[in-house]
Design a protein around this ligand. Structure first.
Ligand SMILES: NC(=O)c1ccc[n+]([C@@H]2O[C@H](COP(=O)([O-])OP(=O)(O)OC[C@H]3O[C@@H](n4cnc5c(N)ncnc54)[C@H](O)[C@@H]3O)[C@@H](O)[C@H]2O)c1
Length: 285
């Protein structure tokens, strides 16, 4: 018995890194997996079905069932083709993991409109384009699970990642709204904020493997267990709209909070706000 027996899962960007680890684990747990990957470089240039096909070959060699798909998540036609292929193969979709992504890091003052547009397109529009047909099908057919990939760069902020952080924060907003809208149709929508050693992060200074080898919790195979939890029946609707941060320092929930605040019955002035700032804002520590 696997945790995903008889389920059909679409995983985008599953030719490398985290997505490939999700695909392999999902298959080992009994899922039939559509392995999508455009197969470009880390910055989104190029395309190659090879990485997706390799993951499929590995899954099939291990006795699993999977198909490769090389469509671009960032177009409506690509999203539709991904959904159509899963339907043609297996006639249903139980799980969608929106994971595909690229990096075009640059400080805001040096940043270009072209990089802004491409990063927003692949991450935010890409999540929209694949979710659109899948969500509609799940809404009409008793529900399912959708997990979108966000990042601490979007939820907390990170130097040099204004385009990426904006896209990832947008994905978080979409996740929260879709969780509210999908609840009555049995669609659980959650967010994953991963931290793992992949080609996306391998050259970050604090991830230097020689000086500072990654702990087990920083490996894609470990983060994949958190994704498996979210997509399996171990998790339930009470967690819809919520975000797991799964990284080298373990697991936690990331969430937007409201402070105790101040609600004066007589209204307020700018001067009054300044005097009550300690009550309105969280303390710094
Ligand atoms: N690795 C981390 O620490 C980390 C941290 C925060 C968020 N993330 C997010 O996790 C996800 C996976 O990242 P990763 O680290 O495994 O990176 P990765 O580069 O190893 O994998 C991303 C995959 O997405 C594919 N892809 C890119 N554009 C695509 C498109 N238009 N259509 C289809 N596929 C496309 C790439 O070909 C690549 O195989 C991304 O959304 C990333 O932003 C990763």
């Amino acid at each position: 018995m696997g945790l995903l027996d008889n389920k059909v899962a679409i995983i985008t960007g599953a030719g490398n890194g985290l997505g490939a680890a999700y695909a392999r684990l999902f298959s080992a747990e009994g899922a039939k997996v559509l392995v999508n990957d455009l197969g470009g470089a880390r910055d989104g240039t190029g395309s190659d079905i090879g990485p997706a096909q390799q993951v499929v070959n590995d899954i099939v060699a291990a006795g699993g069932e999977a198909v490769a798909n090389g469509d671009d998540v960032s177009t409506m036609a690509g999203g539709q083709a991904i959904f159509d292929q899963a339907m043609a193969e297996w006639g249903r979709v139980d799980i969608l993991v929106n994971n595909a992504g690229i990096l075009r890091d640059e400080t805001f003052h040096k940043g270009s409109e072209a990089n802004w547009d491409l990063v927003i397109k692949v991450h935010l529009k890409g999540t929209y384009c694949v979710t659109k047909p899948v969500y509609q099908w799940m809404r009409d057919n008793g529900g399912g699970v959708i997990v979108n990939t966000t990042s601490t760069s979007g939820l907390l902020g990170n130097f040099g990642q204004s385009n990426y952080g904006a896209a990832k924060a947008g994905i978080a907003g979409l996740t929260r709204v879709l969780a509210i809208e999908g609840r009555k149709y049995g669609i659980r929508v959650m967010g994953m904020s991963p931290g793992a050693l992949t080609r996306m992060t391998e050259d970050l200074p604090h991830y230097d493997q020689d000086k500072n080898p990654s702990p087990p919790n920083h490996m894609p195979e470990t983060v994949a267990q958190a994704m498996l939890y979210m997509c399996s029946d171990l998790c339930d609707m009470s967690k819809s709209g919520r975000f797991i941060h799964a990284a080298k320092n373990g697991l936690a929930e990331l969430k937007v909070m409201r402070s105790e605040g101040w609600d004066p019955a007589e209204g307020y002035t700018a001067q009054g706000i300044a005097e009550r700032a300690d009550q309105i804002f969280f303390s710094d520590d």
